[in-house]
Design a protein around this ligand. Structure first.
Ligand code: ATP
Ligand code: UDP
Ligand code: MG
Length: 494
């Protein structure tokens, strides 16, 4: 039998489990799966209970696929199966009280074995994936770096990512997301980071938190995983949560607290090291700004991406990387080579102008950031916005706020998709009219992507004929609005 990375004995110890069939002898594995459809002879299968399925019902299938080890929480499910199975065909079977917690325990145990130089945990309402991707590119220049793949940032994704660590990894960048209080605490206590960073707080996922204070407190949980003597807590000094986080860091005895902030707005916290970023200029579809770290000369940065918020993300990244001992030239080189994350304000040239694909997700703050980037481009602007989900009772006000903002900053056309977004079309025109600026702008609301796409085709044909300027288009919406269907449609227009 081939030998893989972990032994079932290590797993038993890490999760404090009971091996139900020790007579099968030693088993090893190097893959962890929670999906019965993705199992082979190298796999530990963990049976989780979800909203739709209890994976204990798939044990027979998993055994047939040759899984090396099973981790289960239901003794009877294995007993029913084992009576029909000769020993030679049995995986090692380990019983625990709760398989979700056992996955966390195993990931924590594994992380502790790894001789990493630094593990960095990133949370915030917006910008986690962007900051994580930037950090991964910066740290890759300093040593072998593992980062969260895609958006695997929850109670399942974080342990899975940690289990991908191997002894030659030097740095790990772990994204942590939350819909509810307590989730970031759970994740940070698994990952035990050396450095944590909170990118920002905004009204994201208000439904699960109740209020902005709820969001602030939940993001603040990330520092609970730091070791007080050696850990570094990094905060965005321009966020309303700063006082709360500073007090919490003090209560926990965290010795190293650092900040990043916008140059002209930040309040003085002289005792804390900070990285500041200057106002942003957008030119040739790139952002330009300055970064200044304590006691270092300011450096000028040009990043080939859009969005003023990316200067904020860059400042966060710079503070993290400096705290980990990296040097400014290394950091700067990686920032300047960054070309964005798919679906997050990524730009493509199409026949009429620039297409800004920000279709990955949305909340009022990130939509406003996207609209501001669109408005900063030379030419005219069309915003295709899908409904924003998970806003709870703030939904109507949030959609109104965005429509009024679009009018205020001079967007030329607003096309909206989805039920909650329907009122935005008339609000946009009313706001323009109220300000005496209604002059050829237009808006329309749709309940089908195809209808929006068709409208867009006619509008572009008309404007390309009438107007001699580029026509830039922003596409954005919550995941559930599936605005990538508009992006795909427009991408065909090279
Ligand atoms: P999720 O909670 O879905 O994982 P996230 O926090 O990982 O989101 P990103 O995927 O990096 O965030 O970006 C999501 C959106 O937020 C994008 O539309 C991006 O343009 C915008 N954004 C990125 N960084 C910031 C920031 N610092 N402030 C405000 N908006 C931002
Ligand atoms: N599952 C599985 N095989 C299947 C369907 C589901 O192993 O054919 C697993 C799935 O990967 C998850 C668990 O069963 O770990 C619970 O599934 P559910 O869809 O309820 O989970 P959710 O993703 O909603 O938490
Ligand atoms: Mg993300």
């Amino acid at each position: 039998m081939q030998t893989f990375y972990w032994t079932e004995q290590q797993l038993v110890q890490a999760v404090n489990g009971e091996q139900l069939n020790p007579e099968v002898g030693a088993r090893t594995f190097d893959k962890v799966s929670t999906d019965s459809r993705q199992v082979d002879a190298q796999t530990l299968f963990i049976a989780l209970r979800g909203e739709n399925f209890d994976a204990h019902q798939f044990l027979a299938q998993v055994v047939t696929a040759g899984a090396a080890v099973l981790l289960i929480a239901e003794r009877s499910a294995w007993e029913a199966l084992s009576v029909r199975l000769p020993l030679a065909q049995q995986p090692a079977v380990i019983l625990v009280a709760d398989t979700r917690l056992a996955l966390a325990d195993f990931a924590r145990w594994h992380r502790r074995q790894m001789p990493l130089k630094k593990l960095i945990a990133v949370t915030g309402s917006n910008g986690k994936t962007t900051t994580k991707t930037l950090l991964a590119q910066v740290f890759a220049r300093a040593g072998k770096t593992l980062a969260t793949v895609g958006n695997l940032n929850n109670d399942f994704g974080v342990p899975r990512t940690l289990l991908c660590l191997r002894p030659d990894d030097e740095y790990a960048i772990i994204e942590m997301g939350a819909n509810h209080r307590g989730e970031i605490r759970y994740l940070t206590q698994i990952a035990e980071p050396d450095i944590t960073v909170i990118t920002n707080v905004a009204g994201a996922h208000l439904e699960g938190f109740g209020s902005l204070q709820g969001v602030i407190e939940t993001k603040g949980e990330i520092i609970e995983g730091l070791k007080p003597e050696s850990g570094v807590a990094i905060f965005n000094a321009d966020m309303p949560g700063l006082d709360f986080w500073l007090e919490k860091a003090q209560t926990l005895g965290i010795e190293q607290v650092k900040l990043f902030a916008i140059e002209q707005l930040s309040v003085p916290y002289p005792a804390l090291p900070r990285v500041t970023y200057s106002a942003v200029h957008t030119q040739n579809a790139a952002i330009q700004f300055e970064l200044q770290a304590e006691q270092q000369a300011a450096v000028s940065v040009q990043m080939p991406v859009l969005g003023e918020h990316n200067a904020m993300n860059a400042a966060a990244v710079c503070q993290v990387a400096l705290s980990a001992g990296l040097a400014m030239p290394q950091i700067l080189a990686a920032l300047q080579a960054f070309s964005g994350v798919p679906g997050r304000l990524q730009q493509t040239q199409i026949d009429c102008g620039l297409l800004l694909d920000d279709s990955y997700n949305a909340n009022p703050e990130s939509v406003k950031a996207g609209l501001a980037s669109l408005a900063a481009l030379p030419g005219c602007s069309i915003a295709c916005l899908g409904a924003m989900a998970e806003l709870g009772e703030y939904s109507a006000a949030g959609h109104r706020e965005v429509a009024e903002f679009a009018a205020k900053i001079g967007i030329d056309a607003l096309l909206v998709y989805g039920e909650a977004a329907q009122p935005m079309a008339p609000i946009f025109l009313q706001a323009l009219e109220a300000n005496g600026c209604l002059d050829g702008q237009q808006s329309a609301a749709f309940s089908e992507h195809a209808a929006l796409n068709e409208h867009l085709t006619h509008l572009l044909a008309q404007w390309m004929q009438q107007r001699g300027t580029p026509i830039n288009i922003l596409v954005k919406g919550s995941r559930s609005s599936r605005m990538e269907q508009v992006v795909q449609f427009l991408s065909a227009r090279h």
